[in-house]
Design a protein around this ligand. Sequence first.
Ligand SMILES: Cc1ncc(COP(=O)(O)O)c(C=O)c1O
Length: 371
Amino acid sequence: MLARAQALEANGREVIHLEIGQPDFETFDNIRLAGMRAIAEGQTRYTAPIGIQSLRQVIAEDAGQRRGVKFNPSQVVVSPGAKPNLFFPVLALIEPGDEVIYPNPGFPTYEAMIRVAGGKPVPVPLLEANNFSFDLDAFRHLINSRTRLVILNSPSNPTGGVMPLSDLEEIARAAQEFDFWVMSDEIYSRLVYDQINVPTIASLPDMADRTIIVDGFSKTYAMTGWRLGYGIMPESLAQVVQLLLTHSVGCTAQFVQIAGIEALSGPQEQVEGMLREYLQRRDVIVDGLNAIPGITCQRPQGAFYVFPNIKSFGLSSTEMAGLLLEKANVALLPGSDFGEYGEGYLRLTYSNSIANIHKAIHQIGEAVREL
Ligand SMILES: Cc1ncc(COP(=O)(O)O)c(C=O)c1O
């Protein structure tokens, strides 16, 4: 979609970009300075593959305090971006034929990494009526003795939905009964609105031993290009993941890890400011979309995405996304890019200015009026 939008822009068209999943904020100054200072001081060498001890310590404290769980620094695995902490635990745990249940619509990396590991991807539909949490009836039918891992993502990309505690409790009970692991991708856990508390499955009884929490700096601190993330998991699994890091990426850049310490232990007001801005944008985009006849849009409680329902138009989500690029000059993604259960929806990112969001809504409204 980005390539198509850029081709239009090369011909002089002005396109509003609501397709890319990254913050439009700059990395905060204190973090940038910490990184620059670390380079100037020569902190540019290999580190332990699992990450430098002082960062692992700060992560364990910060992540534990926010979730009400006690983590040991030995459970923390630092990686270049969160993605290796999605991929390597899957590679470590999954044998050919093992089944992995993952959210659909969901982050496309989940299905890809399950396939690379030789596992069988088993999509569980997310239900719009349940704030885009799991369709629990479908989930109950999908679990069996071959289920080795269940992936959760709350708040979710692409829906912004937050899974309620009651759903996590049911999944936790199933994890004990069927003896599977849970990977909880919590990369959007700090981007949450309406003063709600996002529960984590790791805090439920007996779940810490079978849960991998994945989180990072990309979204919370607007650090997508720095590549810094982490996983928190039982120490025995952390040691295996460390081996995979050793023989692939080697380690995470030293000065980036130092900047990460500043991000977590420095002032947090800028995160709060960013959240206030996202909240305003969320309400503008949700209200704007709901005012367009034929479109209905939930008000998500997390991340920076909305996932409006466009089924009433009778077009596929790919056709609708193409039409809106051509006719409304708005780039967004078809819901089906996130799996078959995303059909009938679009994903819009509101990491853009309020003025541009207003303009995009107006142009979308004009374009669909003719349908
Ligand atoms: C749900 C989800 N998990 C993980 C990631 C990867 O994060 P990182 O850029 O830190 O590797 C993303 C990035 O878009 C995401 O949306």
